[in-house]
Write a protein that binds this ligand. Structure first.
Ligand code: ATP
Ligand code: MG
Length: 332
């Protein structure tokens, strides 16, 4: 394809005492340069596993396979571990880890931590070059220069998160994966972080993968969204399309939890039941046991994901009329 990043057939299984947890089961993604792709889905659906799998940072009980992983002209899937570490991790693709803002070193000034990270990857850099680069990174994430001298505990949560984003940028990556980058923060600060990420796209042309359980966060930052359920993408397309008329019942139920700014008011109704055991998922549609419009075919035949639709959905009843009312209850 013509996309800047292309991932096809990603699979990750975790070996556990009772079998294999298939946390990612055949995920495809494409992202253009400077584009933001959102990955949304409830806890345990495999979002972090996806990011860590792409960066080859999974624990040793994980087995990963991928048919295609290309960044620009680089066939990343074909690289040895050593070449991947040398050429791709942090340099082409970097990641802001879930809860990373609490992992800053408490006894080293934040500016020095960013300088350390830069020096690690650029051992030949002069003192002036390092300082210039650190200044630029702090500027990019909107932290005043004077604050480089502070320790992490002197930062607010939002500043710590922005410092962690600065760290993800030390090698000038093409793609940044931001895993729940705003989850622990209040709404005002969340929006500041999301705006900082958006600036990186426009100023540096970085492609973003924004991972969040909150579809509101995705709608604020992303051009396109992939909705994940139980290790699979169940719907993907332009944010505007998917949010305006979700085609998969799971997406519709996520949408129902979003506060509406206009139109009739709906009280969100949380989705009954829980996601399947990924060591033994339903063999046909994984969402069927929780789906309000499921029929016999849903437990008998795996639904296809039709990539020819403008926003495909993995559902036998994709785009069904009944989805409009799904999971919502009028309050007035
Ligand atoms: P959250 O929103 O809570 O961060 P997530 O979507 O990021 O969730 P993952 O952390 O990727 O989900 O987990 C996906 C599945 O893999 C879950 O069922 C989880 O229990 C399982 N899993 C994650 N890490 C391991 C591991 N090291 N060993 C075994 N199973 C794991
Ligand atoms: Mg996670």
């Amino acid at each position: 394809g013509g996309s800047f990043v292309e991932v096809r057939g990603l699979r990750v299984g975790y070996k556990v005492p009772h079998g294999v947890v298939q946390a990612i089961d055949g995920v495809d993604l494409t992202i253009d340069r400077g584009e933001a792709l959102g990955i949304v889905g409830e806890s345990g659906c495999g979002k972090s596993t996806l990011g860590l799998g792409l960066l080859r940072l999974l624990p040793s009980n994980a087995t990963t396979s991928v048919d295609t992983f290309r960044v620009g002209d680089t066939d990343v899937a074909g690289l040895s571990q050593a070449a991947f570490r040398r050429e791709v991790r942090w340099k082409r693709v970097s990641m802001v880890f879930q809860s990373a803002m609490n992992s800053l070193n408490p006894v080293r000034r934040v500016g020095e931590q960013v300088a350390d990270a830069y020096r690690l990857h650029h051992p030949q850099a002069s003192k002036r070059e390092v300082q210039a680069r650190v200044d630029r990174l702090f500027e990019l994430v909107d932290i005043p220069r004077a604050r480089q001298r502070n320790y992490a505990h002197e930062y607010s949560g939002g500043m710590r998160q922005r410092a962690v984003i600065a760290l993800s940028l030390v090698c000038d990556p093409d793609v940044v994966i931001a895993d729940e980058a705003t989850t622990a923060l209040d709404v005002v600060v969340q929006n500041q972080i999301l705006d900082a990420l958006a600036d990186l796209r426009t100023e540096l042309g970085i492609a973003l993968i924004v991972i969040s359980h909150d579809i509101g966060v995705i709608s604020h930052t992303c051009d396109r969204v992939a909705v994940m359920y139980a290790g699979q993408v169940v719907e993907s397309g332009a944010v505007a399309d998917v949010l305006a008329s979700p085609r998969h019942p799971y997406t519709a139920s996520l949408m129902a939890a979003l506060p509406r700014l206009t139109g009739p008011r709906f009280r969100p109704v949380s989705l009954p039941g829980s996601p399947p055991d990924l060591a033994d998922p339903p063999t046909a549609c994984r969402f069927a046991p929780r789906c309000p419009i499921a029929a016999d075919i849903c437990t008998d035949v795996p639904p296809a994901f039709d990539p020819d639709h403008r926003w495909p959905a993995r559902c036998h009843f994709a785009g069904d009329e009944r989805l409009r009312q799904l999971g919502t209850e009028r309050t007035s």
